[in-house]
Design a protein around this ligand. Sequence first.
Ligand code: ABN
Ligand code: CU
Length: 754
Amino acid sequence: MATSVDSTVQGVPGTATGVQTTSTKATFPGFKHPLDPLTPDEIVAVSLAVRKYTAENTPIKAIRFITTYLLPPPKKDVLAFLGIPLSTGSKPEPAPKITRKAEVDFIDVVTGDSYNTILALQTGVWKVETLDKLPDGVQAQISVEELLMCEQIIREDETVIRLAKEVGVEAHQIFADGWALGYDERFPKKDRIQQAIVFARIGEHDNLYAHPMDFVPVVDSIAKKVIHIDWPPQFAKNSDNISSESSLNFTSVGKDVTLKKPTTAPPPLQESSPDKPERARIPPPLEPQDFLPDLIKKANPKFKVRDDIKPLHVVQPEGVSFKMDGHELEWQKWKMHIAFNHREGIVLSTVTYNDDGTLRPLFYRLSLSEMLVPYGAPEHPHPRKHAFDAGEYGMGTMANELALGCDCLGQIHYLPGSFVKHDGTAFLIKNAICIHEEDHGLLWKHTDYRVGGRSHAVRSRRLVVSMICTLANYEYIWNYYFYQDGSAELEIRLSGILQVYINPKDEPNPFGSIVAPGINAQYHQHLFSVRLDSMIDGLKNTVVETDVLQLDAPTGSIHNFAGNGFFTRETPIAKQKDGARNYDVEKDRRWIITNPDHQHPASKKNVGYAIGMKGGVCKSMAKPDSWVAKRGGFTQSDLWVVKDKEGPKGSRIWPSGKYVPGTRGEHQEEFITSWVQGEDNLVGEDLLVYMTVGTTHIPRPEDWPVMPVEMLRVSFKPFHFFTANPSMDVPGANDSHSGAAFPNGDAACCSNSN
Ligand code: ABN
Ligand code: CU
């Protein structure tokens, strides 16, 4: 979480980030782009309108605001408003009137009931249009304030304090990450419950994850109390007499190890009393394992930061090559809208490309729609740890306040992000999104190798739109890249601190890696659902699955004499029931989003954009009927193609449902798994493509105490879309600031002509 979030908890009034107004009248000049996110003033005005309405029309006495965000206008209205044609070359539709709308989820803190309300801005005043009580058990996102409240509750709980003291941890040393409960049928869905992953903090800023505790309190954030304590079991030792049925064999450091299978089912509540864990207590490891250089030095006086790195500056003496108009960005031939919301963080919309004067629509909307981090330890309560970091907590609400010269280098433009606080005021992250340019090595080059031949080299400049989010222990760095050859990419970088549990006496553990004495970093996966609402040369798109196949005629035969022949087979994904697709490494399978109304002049193929996710495909390790799969069905296929459906009810935007905390897989009709059924046509339709990418993380000691970034990517490359290489007009490289590395070095200058 951003440090600035701390001020929310402390409730510091009038901080730079707390924005208050007293009237329901909007105090902003109106939107420039219909997808501009709600401003802090608008969030406050919306909250006041909700309070006024509920006070006058309902018995609701006290409100905890959870989320407030723009309810986007219909796609076709937005495109018409912006003059973007529904198909390249056609005339844009007439501009409609757009009504600005907001959607709010809040909780009645007296009853614990959750509500959803939609408001419209009418003549400068926000008016409630609908107010619905959510069905019992449907839980809105968990707020940052609730996460911090969970920590506060356990720090003040007498049982927790006593249990900590029993293993040598003082009350002031207790800290906890509040997590969604995950899946636990022992607790009523109606209650707003979290689990606390408890750690001890020994010094003021030390790495608390180095000191995991051996119990997991369960907290009710409406009743504001600890309601239960769970005790992860311990593995029985090798020497115990274990029947083959209950044994678990695995290999550790080349040795076969047999352990007694742990009990994995949740014990009935009445049998798991906080006073009586069924095993001995395990004191936390207390050795410091710090990541801040001054603290590392304290523990190890020999430590010093490297002093052989010379400065490397990014200088743009003539300024940047992009223009901003509010949230709209123009960079060379690209144009796009950059928004922020509490759940997805960065949302890129209405992305177009100016192809020699022709405006070519590409992506209506691109964002992270969900992500899931399931852990592989089967012993209760560890399986509850499968975090839906977007749907349960909100990627946007965890965004960092970015700092010049460290998070992004060079000449930076920042965009703000804001979200609602419990009291209805707005929390503002001033520098939530960073926009800048980067040199990206060579874009293309050719040398005519003959004597006297010429050479030409063009460097790649890329535009970066990025955000960094801290989700308790982990950091996620989101880099959207745009290139001069018409391609785009989302790169996800993972860093931060591993999620760990105690490992007594460093016994082997089949479900994790011992990364430091007594610290077990449990195996887990990071599975992301990247959502693209495509409009490749217009809204009518078809996804084509392309396999590369060996010619089946045998080597030596008349049709494949040398045995080398291979070709491609293209299969349009034609029916909704065929919308869930899987990668096939043997066929080097790829998917192309095409437009059947536009063809390449030479190849005659439909224009398209190819999806690149080869390095990112990651099979879910949870069983198809597991809790993880029931709640996060999107992890069960690599690519999902569905017809778009708009509207606040039933819109296809959240693959694991709109309301994620506490789901147990019961509302499958709201999940992506149910969207891929039936005979609906998918050829030449308004399509959504969801890409599941991820990584299976078998932690290494080198990932400790902080992980060097792990990266994965999804790319979008023009495919028969441009007549030829669209970057032929990028000027040849000619950097007058480049020079010899050493005084006597010889450095030939480049001879590119422009
Ligand atoms: N990864 C689970 C999580 C995310 C945010 C805050 C707390 C816990
Ligand atoms: Cu990981």
